[in-house]
Design a protein around this ligand. Structure first.
Ligand SMILES: *Cc1c(COP(=O)(O)O)cnc(C)c1O
Length: 428
């Protein structure tokens, strides 16, 4: 009763609250499974921190060149142990996920080499990195070509097409774990492992990079456990645990990571330079919290799919489906419904809760985009946020939530706004 009153104070009506509770009652075993994975991954992170004897000196700030930055170097050993790789590059100088991926690609591809994506088109921002869309300083401008094998219509790997796309110039294969904002399914780590094994059977010395964004700690294994030479991601998504204010990581073989470090700083300097600027407490503690933060976001995604599928909206992944990342797409079917949904997410935020999201013509998009986010860290998508292009089928992509309770409130508020806008009617 007290809780219901609290939700009412926050703006959730008794009818919306009751519907949410009825959905939640069906989700106990799903949530138990998510908790068990978080518990396993918490152990994995703790073991890596203990093995590397993390102590207070590792949290000290360094400036300038950052030579002998023991906190930074040890954090990289911790990441390498969490992802079971030989080496890791984890830096605030890596400004975002796209930057981390760019470093990994440009460090490991030379003029005349070919990059292959066997899983269809890569994430939007990579199109300019690769040169699929023309851009200054693209890989293409440096003489690196690109090939792509599309997924089959059912979302599965087209092994014949992949085999024939691999040639003597194929140097690196990039696999995107999460669907991002595409309509294909996200891949499980097991599926990625099969794809890696297949590619290596066709060409044993080919290097495999996995764009791990949004996937970290969703499962017990990571793609680096199944043969990926590099896994790459952003610290303002899962592994930063909501605390890292910037940064990216590349975990992988010593050979690949060393090249990445040379590319990021300068040939000859590599991992030796790069001051930590006082960010080590956030990086260590964020990684420590990440498994539980990811579990909260996952519960939110499962709850959202069940709330909205139950009301007749189509959801990807579906309400009953296994999760491979933290993104939830909900097809709302109209501009008005998208606006109401985003209004609810915004109203539930700890920051900027009083603003109303409006559609805007974002550069680089061919339709208006609406976004709701009230984040402590700008653009952080491990924090609760929702966005989508205003065009058919009018789908919003919903992700994050630093705590399950906040994700729950966001979803209830989104439904509340849909009810108030007359887009949804709850039966008694
Ligand atoms: C977010 C994301 C990126 C890019 O990360 P930014 O930090 O936005 O540059 C790349 N790939 C995938 C799959 C992502 O989800």
């Amino acid at each position: 009763m007290e809780i219901e009153a609290m939700y009412q104070q926050l703006g959730v009506s008794p009818a919306v609250y009751a519907y949410g509770e009825s959905v939640l009652r069906q989700l106990r075993s799903r949530f138990d499974a998510i908790d068990a994975t978080a518990e396993y991954n918490q152990g994995k992170v703790l073991a890596a921190m203990q093995k590397n004897r993390v102590n207070a000196t590792h949290f000290a700030a360094t400036t300038g060149y950052g030579y002998d930055d023991e906190g930074r170097d040890n954090l990289e050993r911790v990441y390498a142990d969490v992802f079971h790789t030989e080496a890791a590059l984890v830096r605030p100088q890596i400004t975002c996920g796209t930057h981390a991926l760019t470093v990994a690609l440009s460090a490991n591809l030379l003029p005349g080499d070919e990059l292959l994506s066997p899983v269809g088109a890569p994430y939007d921002t990579l199109e300019e990195v690769i040169g699929i869309r023309e851009s200054k300083c693209s890989l293409r401008e440096y003489g690196v070509t690109y090939a792509q094998a599309d997924l089959r219509s059912d979302g599965s790997f087209d092994y014949d097409a992949i085999r024939s796309a691999i040639n003597h110039r194929t140097k690196l294969i990039t696999i995107q774990r999460s669907k991002g904002y595409a309509t294909r399914p996200s891949f499980s780590v097991a599926q990625i492992g099969e794809l890696i094994a297949f590619c290596k059977s066709v060409k044993p010395d080919v290097k495999i990079m996995v764009d791990n964004c949004y996937g970290e700690f969703v499962e017990r294994l990571e793609p680096s456990d199944l043969g990926a030479d590099m896994v790459v991601g952003s610290l303002i998504k899962n592994p930063g645990g909501g605390l890292a204010p910037i940064g990216g990581y590349i975990c992988g073989t010593r050979e690949c990571v060393e090249r990445c470090a040379y590319r990021l700083s300068a040939p000859g300097l590599g991992q030796e330079v790069g001051a930590n600027l006082g960010l080590m407490p956030a990086f260590y503690q964020g990684l420590f919290l990440s498994p539980t933060v990811v579990s909260g976001a996952l519960k939110g995604a499962v709850f959202a799919a069940n709330v909205y599928e139950g009301l007749g909206f189509s959801c990807v992944p579906g309400a009953a489906e296994e999760r491979h990342d933290i993104i939830q797409a909900v097809t709302l079917g109209s501009r008005e419904a998208m606006m109401a949904f985003c209004k609810g997410i915004q109203a539930a935020a700890p920051v900027d809760s009083y603003v109303t999201p409006e559609p805007w013509a974002m550069p680089g998009y061919d339709s208006e985009v609406i976004m709701a986010a009230g984040a402590f860290i700008q653009g952080s998508s491990i924090e609760l946020s929702a966005d989508g292009p205003i065009r058919p089928p009018y789908a919003v992509y919903f992700q994050g939530g630093l705590t399950w309770y906040h994700a729950k409130l966001g979803i209830l508020m989104s439904l509340q706004k849909l009810v108030e806008a007359g887009e949804v009617t709850l039966s008694a």
